[in-house]
Ligand binder design. Structure first.
Ligand code: G3H
Ligand code: 13P
Ligand code: ZN
Length: 316
């Protein structure tokens, strides 16, 4: 059942974080739904601009609708990840999305406010909620690459002003993470001080953590042992997910880790079976492994086991 992102956030705020997972194809969708049912967790499916272009945006929508039919027990929201203004309007008008993200964080502050506010007005007119971003994560997102030195943490005072001026429903805050597999050099901790100060200023307001993959080291080693060359990839400490959730991080975005599962499964499969050329056997292994991965993440986010309570609260 597709619900609004706001309904998921109301249930989760301050208790657990809803996992927001990116999908690009049917195998990822199957693994995601299976993992969330196995762990009895609500979730958010995210679609990036790149994902919409990978096959065709209608294909992804059809996959998600079908998955909803195949798994009637699932409770989830559908979200546009890192949208520009034009893509936000397309998704708002499609009637399919629960929420959109307008990412104008690379613009100067006033321009970010102006663009985000326009999107909020259009989305709210259709009952859709908006995630906006303030501060800059490092790494690559879509076609924009932010060099390490230019990544900036969110300023809590500015965050309060930004939320008031734009009317956005949630805020992607930069708290030390970056997108992709190479997140940290040396020190590896989230900026809880920034979260604490934002929560003090805006109690109850949902925050979003991007770039939240943990980049499991055993996964990296297995990929490299099967021919990969991933170098010194490091991610977020999974034990920091729940403490962040208690400070108002209600949505935690995980994409890279799923790509690592895919790469590990396929590299090992074809290394061990060099004469094989049917993609379905490794595809089946991937769906199972991805489901296991998703279930394990939902445990760490605290969303595992919340499905029945959420269902009951939606009926009230
Ligand atoms: O933050 C970006 C997400 O990981 C989506 O990545 O734009 O390559 O689909 P993508
Ligand atoms: P990772 O790919 O680093 O997990 O980040 C995902 C993300 O932020 C999607 O918006
Ligand atoms: Zn992101």
């Amino acid at each position: 059942m597709i619900v609004t992102t706001a309904q998921l956030f109301r249930h989760a705020y301050g208790k657990y974080a809803v996992g927001a997972y990116n999908i690009n194809n049917a195998e990822q969708a199957m693994g995601l739904f299976r993992g969330c049912i196995q762990s009895q967790a609500p979730f958010i499916i995210q679609i990036s601009k790149g994902a919409r272009k990978y096959t065709d945006k209608r294909m992804l929508e059809a996959i998600i609708r079908s998955a909803g039919d195949i798994f009637p027990e699932a409770i989830f929201a559908v979200h546009l990840d890192h949208g520009d203004e034009e893509t936000c309007y397309e998704c708002i008008n499609s009637g399919f999305f629960s929420s959109v993200m307008i990412d104008a964080s690379h613009e100067p502050y006033d321009k970010n406010v102006e663009i985000s506010k326009r999107v909020v007005d259009a989305a709210h007119a259709k009952g859709i909620s908006v995630e906006a971003e303030l501060g800059m994560l490092g790494g690559v997102e879509e076609d924009i690459k932010v060099e390490d030195g230019h990544a900036t943490l969110t300023n809590p005072e500015e965050a309060e002003d930004f939320v008031r001026k734009t009317g956005c429903d949630s805020l992607a805050a930069a708290i030390g993470t970056s997108h992709g597999a190479y997140k940290f050099k040396g020190r590896q901790s989230l900026h809880f001080d920034v979260l604490r100060e934002i929560q003090r200023r805006m109690p109850g307001f949902p925050l979003v953590m991007h770039g939240s993959s943990s980049v499991p080291q055993d996964e990296v080693q297995r990929i490299n042992a099967a021919g990969g060359q991933l170098g010194s990839a490091v991610g977020v400490d999974v034990n920091e997910y729940l403490p962040a959730a208690k400070l108002g991080v209600t949505k935690i975005n995980i994409d890279t880790d799923g790509r690592l599962v895919w790469t590990r499964v396929h590299r090992e499969f074809f290394r061990d079976k060099p004469a094989e050329f049917d993609f379905r056997p490794p595809g089946k292994v991937f769906m199972e492994e991805y489901a296991k991965f998703i279930a394990s993440r939902n445990q760490l986010l605290g969303s595992a086991g919340q499905l029945n309570d959420l269902r009951a609260s939606l009926k009230k």
